[in-house]
Structure formats: C-alpha cells, structure tokens
Design a protein around this ligand. Sequence first.
Ligand SMILES: [Ca+2]
Ligand SMILES: [Ca+2]
Length: 249
Amino acid sequence: MRVRRTYGRLYGAASVALLVWCIWDVMPTRVTGLSSQPSTSCPLTIVSSDPPDGFADVLHVLDTAGQPAGVTLIHVEFAEPVDMTPTDVTVLSTKPPPQVAAVWGAGVDWYVSLDAPPQPGSSTAVVFCGGGVSVLFHSRPGDINLDGTADERDAGALEAAISSGQSEPALHDFNRDGAVNAGDVDTWRAVLEAGGFDLNGYDVTPNRVLCCCSGGYCSMHIGTACADGGTEAACPCTPNPCSGNGNSS
Ligand SMILES: [Ca+2]
Ligand SMILES: [Ca+2]
C-alpha cells in the first residue's frame, strides 16, 4: 500500500535542499497488512464505507435463487489517495472468514470483493494497515430489530416498517427480491418455522478488531478479547507494538 503525496511548486535556487527532501519523501511509504513486519505506522483514515462500519445484515442468508447471500462488496473512501493490492487487505471473522477475491480502485475510493458472504451469525472485519483501520459488519439473519434474538417481535418490526412506509431495502428486504412487502414477512415466518434462525444470544456490538501481543509478536483478531493468553496492544500491528513490553522473545 503506497500513500501518494502531493507537493507544491518549488521556488528559486534556494529550493535545492527542498528538492532533495522531496525526492526522498516521494519514495513510497510501505504499509502492509502483515503483522509484525517492520514498517511505518498506518497513515490511513477511513472517511466512509458501504456497508457502514457496524452494519448488521439481518436479511435472509439465501437469495431468491437459493444461493448464499450477504455482504460481498465493501466500498471504502479514504481521506488520502492510496495504492493497494489484495495483499494489503485482511479479512477477519468470528467464523471461518471469506477470502479476498479482488481489490480495485483509485485515489481515495477503493473496493474489496469477497469470494463468499460471511457466515450467518458471524462478525467480520475488512482490515487495512495491520489493524490500523477497518470496516466491521455483522451477519444477524432474522434479527430485524437487532435485539440479539430472532423471534416474533422481529416479524412485528418488519410488519411495522412496511405498514408505516418506513421500510428500507437494506434493512427490511428480508427475501432479497428487491422489494419490501408482505412477501418478506411470509419468508421470515417460513424460515423461523423451518428452524432456520440460529443466532439467539448473539450480540451485535461487542466484537472489534484487536491487536494482540504474544511472544513478542503482534497478530490481529476479531472478538471481545485476545485469545490464548495474548494481551491487547494498540493497533496497528505495524510497526510491532509488542517488542520491549515484557513479552519479547
Ligand atoms: Ca430480534
Ligand atoms: Ca422482498
């Protein structure tokens, strides 16, 4: 991932020293998604994303053709133009994660496509800069009112959204057919009766991207705490925040 810099014009003979500085500084800044690699700190800031950070996908896990459905395309707007490749992007999930299928874009606008939707009930993060910045989203099928349980209250919330004219396809098009109507309630009930919801007890909010120190090395996790005795460190993992903190090997 290389951060582009823009420089102003150089003025007069006294600019020689400034020119030398510019040539030095225009060298690409390498910031990778790999943990524990010597690098600079993360220079990126995410201005916005689609889905937005924290988004919960509550729709059916299958599309109208019966194929797995969910978030497979993430658009990120950075504050500063960058260049990147798929190796600069990491996907973390609380269940076996999808893989990065492609990364494309230019300037501040970049897209990441996944090879499959995140698994139902999982929380997933698309991570840049070794954990420095990320977009976190959740799969919570059926939990229309986002209270952590799929039950009759969700059918009521869906019906209320439709009857009030307050429905939004991203939040209420449960059967993913492009329209929000009674068919979504029918599909929701059919899935419930078939025992298709398996997310009771999941919470939408607590998972986050963690940078964890173990044996002097930093690795990224998603969850509520570091696993396997690791201790939480400040993200990103590059440069390694774990050396010299008592965990160094
Ligand atoms: Ca609910
Ligand atoms: Ca629909």
